[in-house]
Write a new protein. Structure first.
Length: 265
């Protein structure tokens, strides 16, 4: 049976695929997202998206059969508040994911009212523009505890052999108060550390270093609030000890930021 890889994706800023003026700025990211489905060993039957834009006191899974939309951004053109991404939900997968966490002693709740936020529909509209692959969203925890998210990922690992593609959607750099040229030193320092750490072949050493991510060079400048980094830990946990490969990298993103995306397995 095929085991699908997992991913940590930098999803970009706002509803960029729907704004023509942003096409050139986001072209490298778009190319990496467009190439992702063809790099899979087989097409997934469903997607589990761990989104940085949904937090809970416990893990939450979207369970609606026909999810709505959440426009969790501001200051963009009016048409970006009328976007629809029509991929169906998959309540059965949501229940399966909840059950896997329960077996590991991890609490989780189903939410049948949750719509697609832009951490989900933005990358997916580039990867799967036909919106023909069912999607379940997973929240992160409000406490941002890396070890809890790794444990959740490990519990969800069986889904990889059930045709489910696990995507952690965030950003490898996310400091809304520091963009452009000013962000170059810190973003590059953290990105260099992240790539080097994920490339460590010894699983225990890699994990130990990642759990101490906040001590890395540029870490708190890159992530003053680590919501956009935390989905990485679910993808990492689901991949267990499998190697990481950087699949997207820029050093001049949005005027000077260094950002990356990674594949596990």
């Amino acid at each position: 049976m095929t085991t699908l890889p997992t991913y940590f994706l930098s999803h970009g800023g706002g509803p960029w695929p729907y704004i023509k003026e942003m096409a050139q700025v986001f072209a490298p990211l778009a190319a990496s997202l467009q190439a992702l489905p063809a790099a899979l060993p087989e097409p997934p039957r469903a997607l589990l998206v761990v989104t940085a834009h949904w937090e809970g006191r416990e893990f939450l899974f979207s369970s609606a059969a026909k999810p709505g939309m959440i426009y969790d951004y501001s200051g963009f053109p009016p048409h970006t508040y009328q976007i629809t991404y029509g991929a169906p939900g998959e309540p059965e997968l949501a229940r399966r994911a909840q059950s896997l966490l329960a077996e590991a002693g991890i609490e989780a709740t189903l939410d049948d009212g949750r719509g697609y936020d832009h951490g989900t529909f933005v990358p997916l509209t580039v990867m799967y523009p036909k919106a023909d692959v069912p999607v379940v969203q997973m929240s992160i925890l409000m406490n941002y505890a890396p070890d809890a998210h790794i444990a959740a990922g490990r519990a969800l690992a069986p889904l990889r052999r059930e045709g489910v593609l696990i995507l952690g959607s965030g950003l490898s750099y996310h400091n809304l108060g520091r963009f452009g040229v000013r962000a170059q030193p810190e973003s590059k320092a953290f990105d260099v550390w992240l790539d080097a750490t994920l490339s460590i072949s010894d699983t225990n050493t890699r994990l130990e270093k990642l759990l101490q991510w906040s001590q890395a060079p540029g870490a708190r400048a890159a992530h003053p609030r680590e919501d956009h980094l935390i989905p990485l830990f679910v993808a990492l946990g689901a991949a267990k000890g499998e190697p990481a490969t950087r699949i997207y990298h820029e050093e001049a993103f949005m005027g000077g930021i260094t950002v990356s995306s990674f594949r596990f397995g």
